[in-house]
Design a protein around this ligand. Structure first.
Ligand code: SF4
Length: 297
């Protein structure tokens, strides 16, 4: 069994990779792999994509006999209808691991079978609700490997997930205690507004980098919601509430499964895994970039 983490670099919440590795180790999975897209990160790719889209728009305008300087350039940011970020930053790099695993098992003399286990759930979005619990991953399969995708928690509710975390005693990312509903890119183009504002409060330097790219590519980060506006809302909250609040560890879990279960989870986690120090380190290294100087606890 192998756990793989697709590292998104500066655009993802800090310490996610360390947490994934820790979870794998505590769950008894012997092999942990990290993959990462080669070259530019997701934010730099937006600018690169803009350059290509602009060149294409100008070329097409010239062919139509129009002034290329007035050519309308398609949005460079990823979106639900142009979700190039996931294959570029996650699916593609993860397939490089499948290639390596397949090569390692070449001695079998037959196509390798890989069961790809993903935590996507129907409750997360209408799009995800349409996904099957089990299906052949035809795009990742080829003559040398047959990939089956399995979504074992596809039908789980939020409550069931939190109960399972409590039961397993595995640590979860502190961003959930800070109010996030999802965890991946700090600024996900599909993220809800409160997660985005939370990200701008916690990782303002990354929000500023996104706002600069908005200017470069001449388009808002998200249709109808610019990063400038997200930063403005974060600043309003900061002014009203003071520096981003520091909710105690276990806040997110307690909101779903209650204080008693959460207190037991934290006690048993510390006792069984001796995780106090490790989790404190994760919480201290909060933020989406790796150079945050904001500290919690
Ligand atoms: S978390 Fe959001 S922005 Fe980041 S790769 Fe996934 S869909 Fe794209």
């Amino acid at each position: 069994m192998v756990v793989v983490h697709a590292d998104l670099g500066r655009v993802e919440w800090a310490s996610t990779r360390e947490l994934a590795e820790l979870q794998a180790r505590l769950a008894g999975v012997p092999r942990f792999e990290v993959v990462q897209a080669k070259g530019a990160d997701l934010l730099d790719r937006v600018e690169i994509r803009y350059g290509k889209l602009r060149a294409k728009a100008k070329e097409e305008a010239r062919e139509r006999g129009e002034d290329p300087s007035t050519a309308k350039v398609a949005p460079a940011w990823p979106s639900s209808s142009a979700r190039w970020c996931t294959p570029d930053a996650k699916r593609g790099p993860i397939r490089t691991l499948y290639t390596r695993l397949t090569a390692e098992l070449a001695h079998l003399g037959r196509p390798v079978r890989i069961l790809e286990c993903i935590g996507q759930r129907a409750a997360e979005s209408r799009q995800r609700a349409k996904l099957a619990g089990v299906e052949i991953n035809r795009q990742a399969s080829n003559g040398k490997r047959h990939i089956t995708t399995w979504r074992p928690i596809h039908g789980w509710s939020d409550r069931r997930v939190w109960r399972e975390i409590a039961r397993s005693r595995l640590p979860y990312h502190p961003a959930y205690d800070w109010g996030n509903r999802r965890l991946s890119c700090v600024f996900c183009v599909l993220g809800c507004t409160s997660d985005l504002v939370n990200g701008a409060r916690r990782v303002p330097e990354l929000a500023a980098a996104y706002a600069r790219v908005e200017i470069t590519v001449g388009a808002d980060f998200k249709a109808g919601l610019s990063m400038r506006e997200i930063i403005r809302r974060a600043q309003v909250l900061e002014a009203a509430e003071g520096p981003a609040a520091r909710p105690p560890a276990g806040t997110a879990m307690a909101a779903i499964v209650g204080q008693a279960v959460t207190a037991k989870y934290r006690r048993r986690q510390a006792a069984v895994y001796g995780l106090g120090g490790l989790i404190s380190r994760l919480r201290r290294s909060e933020g989406g970039s790796h150079h945050t100087n904001t500290h919690y606890y």
